[in-house]
Design a protein around this ligand. Sequence first.
Ligand code: GLC
Ligand code: CA
Length: 544
Amino acid sequence: MSESEATVTRVATAAASSSPAHRQPWWRNAVIYEIYVRSFADGNGDGVGDLIGIRSRLDHLAELGVDAVWLSPFFASPMADGGYDVRDYRAVAPEFGTLDDFDALVADAHRLGIRVVIDVVPNHTSHEHPWFTEALAAGPGSPARDRYLFRPGRGSDGAEPPNNWESVFGGSAWTRVTEPDGRPGEWYLHLFAPEQPDLNWRNPEVQSEFRDVLRFWLDRGVDGIRIDVAHGLFKAEGLPDDTADREGILDTTPRPYWDQEEVHDVYRDWRALLDSYPGDRMAVAEAWLPTLERMSRYVRPDELHQAFNFAFLSTDFDPGAFREVIDATVRTLAEVNALPTWVLSNHDVVRHTTRYGGGEQGLRRARTAVLVMLALPGATYLYQGEELGLEQVTDLPDEVLQDPVWRRSGYTDRGRDGCRVPIPWDGDQPPFGFGERSWLPVPEAWRTRTVAAQTTDPDSTLRMYQQALGVRRVLGGSARLDWLDTPDTVLGFRTDSGLVCTANMGTDPVEINVPGELLVSTQQVHVSGVTTVLPPESAAWWRA
Ligand code: GLC
Ligand code: CA
């Protein structure tokens, strides 16, 4: 056997013994790609992304090498919050397509080996949901009102909201309704926009309805669910006043409306439901929580499979801070026998290229951080466009902004539209192959960032992601890491699957011992002899 044959055999054997396909459920070490449906690809020329658009671009995801996609809500909705306000949980919004389009998308994705995760929004419905219409008509004390959180107001004529809770999007979390007799009446709770009334999860009908909604989609073949505002379903008994100040949308202070104990019973119930289906159906929690310990409670063995690690997402680009959050995450989750779920960007936060400083430095750091993230044990979520190194668009004109945060903040917070700008695919005129037009303008400067432009550039961010995901298929799948002895500004670790990651997070070049065979790097690394120099703000992967 030649030396190269021997190497191939070794890699293949390692893959066979550590590959998730052999012993582990698919989601354990999966790379899951978030598609924000209205901004991915427009298949019918109306300027809004849709399901047929996604189908037409699945080859990009196959070439990228992701294991699954998570689709943002595509259900029937008046779109007060981009579809996170659902009118009918079993119907596809006409602007996104039809149920047949969805079935065809799932079939195409599955043929390519890509699983499909959908977004379930259980904390609130749309104000246009039939239940809410019914509740308004039925009046105080009715069973229809009990599906939501209606309360009389405070003050002599009930003109003050029932408590001091504020909406995540700004303003009071309560809106007063006009009763069927025309008089000002009760108030209803909405932790988000007034168009998103919160459900009463202590009502058994609410619980059984969502079980049924889950079955509807699981029966259609979806592989998993992302649970929107997973920590919000229950509110403290008696709806007591909130005593701490709000810190904005990503606030993590303990609150009477977040992270109540009863929520875990729902997830135990959902877990049993998911487990009753073949094929390792999974659930991931979106839960912004004050500590990793609180987060770990959502992924106890009989609860959900994953919970986004927002502590990692919120960490500055700093070697000490990275090491600390990585250690704390792995350790805290090991206590409940779970692996971490890493994420750097999503449709709610400023893109990480921009968070890390923007421009060339932001991109350098983003590439470094993603190689670190993709080497870590557990699963990873990517957000559409990060594989192109896209930045937050910070200069969208006021009149195109659609995020309810803009209006609800009294036009002080520009909201999240800047990370939701449509994806540039090809061509040299905006919107660069997204469609004929686009619901948000695509920057001219993205001409060099299109998928087509980056495919032919060997040093592009896209090519780096493709390479890294290719290596990860063979050498990923790890469950633990060991830190290497490296200089302060360098993060170095080896995983139990034989991958070594070295990241120089400082602004000076650093010499290190060559830890193995170079596999991928964010910048040119020259290896000759036993030491090598890591360029500033760069990372490399090695085969141990
Ligand atoms: C989640 C979603 C966000 C939405 C909110 C209300 O945080 O990710 O986009 O606005 O829930 O549904
Ligand atoms: Ca469209």
